[in-house]
Design a protein around this ligand. Structure first.
Ligand SMILES: [Zn+2]
Ligand SMILES: [Zn+2]
Length: 291
């Protein structure tokens, strides 16, 4: 039962360290919100309260059950990829590079892999588990934590595997995780900033808010976390201005922990895969032959 003891200890550790892990971002975003919005912040907090309550339940569930699994999976992945002999470079090969440059490379590559992984999650087969993240109708910095356990595990597994296969040293893999995680809090915060033309370089809070928009015109846009350049390069960049419209999904997901986590296991979440697409509308030339 060593694995159970290991799992419970990791679970306990995740819960105990969560206090300090979330306290600093909470203070930071509350202070920033007050500087930007002043008294209007209180009304925004009140409106977001039901979704925030659900987000906190999801955070607690993931801390107790998902984080220990990820922690165990990280050790497994490290051993697995090293046993395959597929690692491109040895960790020592990076020793001659400046540490800052190796970390920067890991963050850029991590964001590139994250872009394509995220784009894949929007494919209709994978969407039901990713829909949980998009079901928050009052996005705040804490929405970053609103993830289905399956989505959380595949995110870490895919992103880390890509960096491990390159043989990047552990400190660079951790740097990629930390930077993209904390910047992830920032782009989910309820801030109107678009960065103007600079959002081609860096993802702004408004840019990611458009990614969560319920407006069909913004569907399948803005998949990157840190560098807007990936969306620009691959044709998914969409930032017409601040995003003030409704957020959320059309999927039948209730704002309860049970509904959020069971949706991906319900057959009806995949019904759209078997629906026949409507025939394309006839073009003008087909209706009215040219004379
Ligand atoms: Zn998404
Ligand atoms: Zn998001």
């Amino acid at each position: 039962m060593d694995w159970l003891t290991d799992f419970l200890l990791r679970s306990l550790d995740a819960v105990l360290t969560a206090g300090s892990g979330f306290l600093a971002p909470a203070i930071f975003f509350l202070s920033l919100g007050y500087i930007v919005k002043r008294k209007a912040l209180l009304e925004d907090i009140r409106r977001a309260l039901p979704e925030t309550r659900l987000n906190i339940q999801i955070v607690l569930f993931n801390l107790v059950f998902t984080v220990p699994v990820i922690s165990l999976a990280a050790t497994f992945l490290w051993d697995f990829w090293h046993s395959t002999g597929l690692i491109l470079y040895a960790a020592e090969d990076w020793d001659s590079w400046p540490v800052v440059l190796v970390m920067l490379l890991a963050i850029v590559l991590g964001d590139f892999v994250g872009y394509w992984r995220h784009r894949l999650e929007h494919h209709s087969i994978l969407w039901p588990s990713h829909a949980v993240h998009h079901s928050d109708t009052e996005m705040t910095w804490l929405s970053l934590e609103r993830f289905h356990p399956i989505n959380r595990i595949t995110t870490v597994a895919i992103d880390s595997s890509a960096l491990l296969l390159l043989g990047l040293p552990p400190y660079a893999v951790v740097a990629n995780f930390l930077v993209r995680h904390y910047y992830g809090f920032f782009i989910h915060a309820d801030l109107p900033w678009t960065y103007g033309k600079w959002n081609i370089l860096f993802v702004s809070p408004a840019m990611h808010r458009w990614h969560h928009s319920a407006d069909e015109v913004a569907y399948d846009s803005n998949f990157a976390t840190v560098f807007g350049i990936w969306d620009w390069a691959f044709g998914t960049h969409y930032v017409p201005g601040p995003c003030d419209g409704p957020l959320g999904v059309t999927d039948d997901i209730e704002p309860t922990l049970w509904s959020q986590f069971t949706y991906a296991f319900r057959p009806r979440a995949y019904a759209h895969l078997f629906r026949r697409k409507p025939a394309p509308a006839a073009t003008t030339s087909e209706v009215t032959p040219a004379e």
